[in-house]
Design a protein around this ligand. Structure first.
Ligand code: AMP
Ligand code: MG
Length: 268
């Protein structure tokens, strides 16, 4: 299998038809799972330091089509990480109150505070995806949002937040199988929404909107990863690896104890 770029350089024009959702870099399931385990062990160590140090944060953005694996990624990649230092935010259809503000208002409130990992299950990118595809606002409004987003993410980056954005890339056939499974397996049926079907019908329009996002909002300070996500075990491996590599690069360390703790004995 030939190599595939997972982290395109900023400025690259993205054509998703050239990214294979089945790509697995010649990994096998068992090898990928072993590799994931050791990455998770390291992730736990690094997260403990991030939390103790309390000066930087990490924001992880997950975007995908329905059944693309956002929930599964959160469940599997972050298992064993101390929940005290992680906040997951799922962005749904905006409320009336949220719609009465600019589109980043509701998002900014949930960016991770120092020491924390923030995970966005959907994000401000919905405002140039579902909103664009369904023309919920005029083009003159959504067209400006790519710049707004880049500036917003720069503000976060300049404020000590590292940002990683993952597009979980599944094929239309894979989505069909996963949605059908939601119907067929009683324990999964709660996840099925009839509203997912009209969205699926607009698959090509969504891919086009994603291509613009991946082209226009891929920056050095907030890069996009195009994660081949038909194979859940490969998706998990790629995301865990990107997170560990980023945390390794953040100069994390436990804070120095106060000097005058020397010789302190806890009284009876
Ligand atoms: P789910 O992730 O399955 O719980 O579904 C959440 C729904 O909220 C999806 O259909 C999203 O497209 C929708 N959603 C999220 N953000 C927005 C937004 N800014 N505008 C409109 N719909 C949104
Ligand atoms: Mg859904």
């Amino acid at each position: 299998m030939s190599k595939q770029v997972i982290m395109p350089k900023p400025g690259t024009k993205i054509d998703l038809s050239t990214f294979d959702p089945d790509f697995n870099d010649d990994y096998h399931k068992s090898g990928a799972r072993e590799a994931l385990k050791s990455l998770q062990k390291r992730m736990r160590e690094l997260q403990a330091m991030l939390y103790a140090q309390g000066t930087q944060s990490l924001l992880i953005v997950l975007q995908a089509m329905d059944a693309g694996g956002k929930d599964g990624t959160i469940r599997r990649v972050f298992e064993g990480v101390n929940p005290q230092g992680v906040r997951v935010t799922s962005f749904k259809k905006p409320t009336e109150e949220e719609l009465a503000h600019d589109f980043l208002w509701r998002v900014h409130q949930h960016t991770p505070r120092k020491g924390f990992i923030g995970i966005f299950n959907r994000s401000h990118y919905e405002d140039v995806l579902v909103v664009r595809v369904n023309e919920l606002v005029p083009q003159s409004v959504w067209e400006k949002r790519y710049d707004h987003i880049n500036h917003f993410e720069k503000l976060l980056a300049d404020s000590g937040t590292r940002i990683l954005k993952f597009f979980l890339h599944i094929s239309k056939e894979e989505q069909k199988e996963r949605l059908q499974e939601r119907l067929d397996i009683p324990e999964k049926r709660w996840k099925f929404s009839l509203g997912d079907l009209p969205v699926r019908q607009k698959w090509d329009a969504y891919m086009h909107a994603y291509e613009d996002v991946l082209t226009r909002c891929n920056t050095e300070y907030a890069p996009w990863y195009i994660v081949p996500a038909n194979k859940k075990w490969f998706r998990n491996l790629i995301i865990a690896r990107a997170i560990v590599e980023t945390l390794e690069d953040m100069n994390l360390a436990y804070p120095e104890p106060e000097a005058d703790l020397e010789g302190v004995v806890i009284p009876d």
